[in-house]
Design a binder for this molecule. Structure first.
Ligand SMILES: [Zn+2]
Ligand SMILES: [Zn+2]
Length: 173
């Protein structure tokens, strides 16, 4: 499997590195990092001051060169009635997206003693692995340590690990 990471907006080299490293390590897949894309103005909702996650998925699906294409953006995303999302993917879809915007929140829920930059890097890794998991057909998992557990806030992100639990991992094999 080839996953193409599509940076949308200003994405740092470290974020690109963490994201590709996590995907290679968990899915044993090939990963490429696409040329940076400008964030589409049409995806911006001026009333909310946020970008529509679905619109970014559309861009990423159009430009990406992989079997799976995942966007990474520093901008804040929302989806339907949710106030914000860390990411969005359609089950078994080819395109998906994550936002690093809210992963920078300093709160680590008290579960980590690592420096803030490392906590942030870990969150990026977990969220990208999570969204690609959805595109491989995985739904949310009840195991709070599993990367596929639902994490509405950074606290849950920090609690989970970057790997799939045994059950999820058997499903994608
Ligand atoms: Zn999810
Ligand atoms: Zn699981």
């Amino acid at each position: 499997m080839l996953v193409d990471i599509v940076p949308v907006g200003e994405v740092t080299p470290r974020v690109k590195r963490e994201a590709s490293g996590a995907l290679r390590s968990v899915y044993d897949c090939d990963v490429t990092v696409h040329d940076d894309q400008a964030i589409p103005d049409s995806a911006f909702d001026a009333d909310r001051g946020q970008y529509r996650a679905e619109d970014l998925i559309e861009t990423v699906t159009r430009v990406g060169g992989g079997e799976k294409n995942i966007g990474i953006t520093p901008e804040d995303l929302y989806y339907r009635r949710r106030n914000y999302v860390f990411g969005l993917a359609y089950l078994n879809g080819s395109g998906s997206v994550i936002s690093t915007h809210r992963l920078r929140t300093s709160s680590d829920g008290g579960v980590s003693t690592k420096p803030a930059a490392d906590v942030f890097g870990d969150r990026v890794r977990k969220e990208i692995v999570h969204e690609i998991g959805h595109t491989l057909g995985l739904e949310h998992c009840d195991n709070s340590k599993c990367v596929m557990s639902f994490s509405p806030t950074v606290r849950e992100v920090d609690v989970k690990e970057e790997n799939l639990c045994g059950t999820c991992s058997r499903l994608v094999r």
